[in-house]
Design a protein. Structure first.
Length: 237
């Protein structure tokens, strides 16, 4: 298993919760039942178990949201799944209709070290084949340049905060930019805008009705950020 004593079944629940509520949205029991193909009564019992384990906050008849720890685990398994999809399709040339199922089988056993190696080989991808955003890694770096420069995996520390990129935000949010992802060219483009780790970022739903560009306030200055950058600028939540 990818996360010690956490079962694959629990990882699957947390992954579905993340995919439907990564910005703290409540996910209904019905939605979970439909996506997992499990009877509502069984889903309810599992949600009660996950709450006792501290992975979610559950409200009967309404649904569940991820806790900080649940979010950490869910982001990690979702990231591995989407990187594997990218690898299977782009490198191994697996048929597109088969990559999701094969990634599901592989994600639970992919080590953190192998995940990092895949990310570097794929040049720090930001989206999966279906254009879903790949979550940030859990490694305590400010940029992919720092990650690439650290050759000894055993020296890498995990970060304490959960991260969301600009394009994942779905409610009014304020946070500190904690990680910027991308190849050297993209990192240079972002740096040239004077956007850097440590800046305060404000996101307003009212200002963001266009999925191709994202309007944010960074240290008091308004920016119109293209999607390619928005997928790669992360704030701590």
């Amino acid at each position: 298993m990818a996360n010690g004593k956490i079962s694959e079944n629990i990882e699957e629940y947390l992954e579905v919760l993340y995919c439907n509520g990564s910005n703290g949205e409540q996910v209904s029991t019905t939605k979970l039942s439909d996506e997992l193909g499990i009877a509502p009564g069984s889903v309810t019992q599992m949600l009660k178990k996950l709450e006792k384990l501290g992975y979610i906050r559950y409200t009967p008849y309404k649904g569940a949201t991820l806790s900080h720890e649940g979010m950490r685990i869910a982001r990690k398994i979702t990231r591995k799944h989407r990187i594997l999809e990218k690898f299977l399709l782009d490198v191994l040339k697996v048929k597109e209709e088969n990559v999701h199922e094969q990634a599901c089988e592989m994600e639970h056993t992919l080590s953190d070290e192998a995940e990092r190696a895949l990310c570097n080989m794929l040049q720090h991808p930001d989206v999966s084949p279906d254009d879903s955003v790949i979550p940030a890694c859990n490694f305590n770096f400010e940029s992919c340049n720092q990650c690439f420069s650290q050759k000894d995996f055993d020296q890498i520390m995990n970060r304490e905060v959960n991260l969301l990129c600009i394009s994942e935000l779905t409610s009014d949010t304020e946070g500190t930019i904690s990680f910027i992802r991308g190849n050297p060219d993209l990192l240079d483009d972002i740096s040239n805008l004077n956007i850097k780790v440590g800046n305060t970022l404000l996101y307003s739903v009212e200002d963001n009705q266009n999925e191709d560009n994202y309007v944010v306030i960074i240290d008091g200055e308004k920016f119109n950020i293209p999607a390619e950058m928005a997928n790669n600028i992360f704030i701590g939540i």
